[in-house]
Design a protein around this ligand. Structure first.
Ligand code: PRT
Ligand code: ZN
Length: 297
């Protein structure tokens, strides 16, 4: 393999992961000049280039050494690990990236009274993920037929080519539209950064280390929220107990109201309406949840 001094990242050319992956890389300070054929994008500031391909090709391109890194769904990565031959070098999940979330699930006809894996014994299950499904069936000691399809898996039961399916689910709308319901979750998935188990020990390795550090910073900030609220001193303890995880909150005195405090807390993740309503019930008022743009500790 010819030595390279620029890092090459494979990502989806056009699909669900394209926009969020590009945005994430931009936030890490990477920008790209798009080439005419749009397959290869030259990195402008840093020595990092992009290869835009079908998501299914990404793990193979890294395993072959054509690319150093890839952004791909955990579902695709894990399926590759299970189905690629032993001669292929295994890949590592370097970072979960927090977008493209979905789950790989087994779904059965709505009218079926499902109560456990044994019910799938002898059934035909249609899927594009024969590796992951096969592994799950083995773990649960179920002998079922795996019908491998490349698309439109959800219509297989209606067509009579399968009794159940194993496919990606996000909102569940596709299942409902096809009179199916989720019976088992095999894998919780999201986009991940993947690369070889052993990282290159040249300039690419240094760039990779820098990129991982920036990614960690970006991901941490993206998931942080600043929660602001007012509370009286006597409800402070109850309110504080309900705050989502993060460092200790900061308290400020409200001018002219000795009993009132303004509380400021950095939260490690989303703050849901449910959580806000609970905190309000405990005595908080004037609540704000703000996104954090940059953070330098
Ligand atoms: O052309 P290329 O091969 O690159 O694209 P693709 O069609 O294989 O991939 P794409 O863009 O559809 O998905 C890329 C990745 O996004 C997947 O590998 C997952 O990791 C992730 N992802 C997240 C999803 C979904 N959510 C999703 N809902 N991938 C597919 N779906 C499909 C699912 O297959 C089913 O048909 O959407 C339907 C279910 O959605 P709900 O919302 O109705 O439940
Ligand atoms: Zn694909």
């Amino acid at each position: 393999m010819k030595a390279r001094d620029r890092l090459r990242i494979a990502m989806q050319k056009s699909g669900r992961l394209t926009e969020p992956a590009l945005e994430l890389l931009n936030r890490c300070g990477l920008s790209f000049r798009q080439s005419r054929d749009k397959l290869f994008c030259f990195g402008e500031g840093e020595p990092v280039d992009l290869l835009l391909v079908r998501d299914d090709d990404i793990p193979g391109l890294i395993a072959q050494g054509v690319c150093d890194l890839g952004i791909v769904g955990r579902n695709v990565l894990n399926e590759f690990q299970l189905t690629a031959g032993r001669e292929i070098a295994p890949l590592a999940e370097l970072r979960p990236l927090g977008f493209g979330r979905c789950r790989l699930s087994i779904a059965v006809p709505q009218e079926l009274d499902y109560h456990g894996p044994q019910q799938l014994e002898g059934q035909r299950i249609a899927t594009s993920y024969p590796g992951l499904l096969g592994e799950w069936l083995r773990t649960h000691g179920v002998a079922a037929g795996v019908v491998t399809l490349t698309g439109s898996v959800e219509i297989a039961p209606k067509l009579g080519t399968a009794d159940a399916i194993c496919d990606l689910v996000q909102s569940g709308g596709t299942l409902v539209a096809n009179q199916l319901r989720e019976a088992e979750v095999l894998l919780e998935s999201e986009a991940v950064l993947t690369g070889p188990l052993t990282l290159p020990v040249d300039e690419r390795g240094d760039m990779l280390e820098l990129l991982l550090k920036r990614l960690d910073g970006v991901i941490q900030v993206r998931e942080s929220r600043l929660l602001l609220l007012q509370t009286s001193r006597h409800t402070l303890e109850a309110v504080t107990r309900l705050l989502p995880g993060g460092p200790q909150p900061t308290l400020l005195q409200v001018a002219g109201q000795p009993d009132q405090l303004m509380l400021q807390a950095l939260c490690a993740g989303e703050v849901s309406w449910r959580q806000l309503e609970e905190i309000k019930k405990a005595g908080a008022r004037e609540m704000f949840v703000l996104p954090v743009e940059k953070m330098l500790a």
